[in-house]
Design a protein around this ligand. Sequence first.
Ligand code: PHE
Length: 328
Amino acid sequence: MLEEALTRIAAAQDHRALQDVRVAYLGKKGHLTERLKALGALTPDERREAGRALNELKRALEGAFDERVRALDEAVVRAQLEGERVDVTLPGVRTSAGAHHLLTQVTHKLLDVFRSLGYEVVVGPELEDDHHNFTALNFPPEHPARDTQDTFWTTDGRLLRTHTSPVQVRYMREHRPPFRVVVPGKVFRNEAVDATHEAQFHQLEALVVGERVTMADLRGAITAMATALLGSGTRTRLQPTFFPFVEPGAEFAVWWTHPKTGREEWLELGGCGMVHPNVFRAVGYEGVTGFAFGFGIERLAMVTYGVADIRDLYRGDVRVLEQFRGMA
Ligand code: PHE
């Protein structure tokens, strides 16, 4: 009986067929059940012998059934996996990945340069007050920059910062020298918008304060930045000019080859100078010197990557933005 049963179990191709075989042997009227019932007619001695044999047979059958159940389960899973197999040779669905805005790229590049020179990156609020934006930076009360022509004032008497220099004041109030910081950020000027002027743009500000910081250090920092951006041997130039919060003050330029015209020329970048004693006084510093410089990031990005109109940087037109993917 065992042989025949095992053959039938092995031949069952699904759970239902297997169940039929199980009933045929182990069911109420199954072959094995009938034989177990027949034990009652035997003598006690015969019954012990035959009983043991039948129990062994039953165990063997149950084991065979269990194993076949597992095999059938496995076959079901295997068939399912086979059916759902991914065809890796099918062409994929292309998704368009975003990219950093050109200004973001240029800003990151600049911050990388200054981080490698040991500067800390700090930020400050875009909504400022007269004190931080002007007064603490030594702007005289009648200075034209406070004029409504240049500054966006809020109805409650505050303003949108016109430069990143107020962060100098905020940082110095909270920290003691020596330190080196750079401040990237948005600034606002109330002016007519054209191809080279936006009412909103970005600056990068640097401030270094310590016991013997000199103008040579300022020149060195600007040259290091220019070198990192434009290559070794890049020349820089400082020309005297006036900002209320530095003395002496200068505008700085780098000597470069214009990527469009191919001409070698000075590229005016921004303002710089030695921190004015009145600024140190306003934040309670004594016995230290320092330098600061600041410049517009848009201008640097535009001349470097050939953007003719500053407004293109703010239109959000992907056809424009796409051109500068992975540029800086
Ligand atoms: N804050 C000045 C500006 O916006 C630039 C500047 C920064 C000049 C630091 C000197 C020192 O034009």
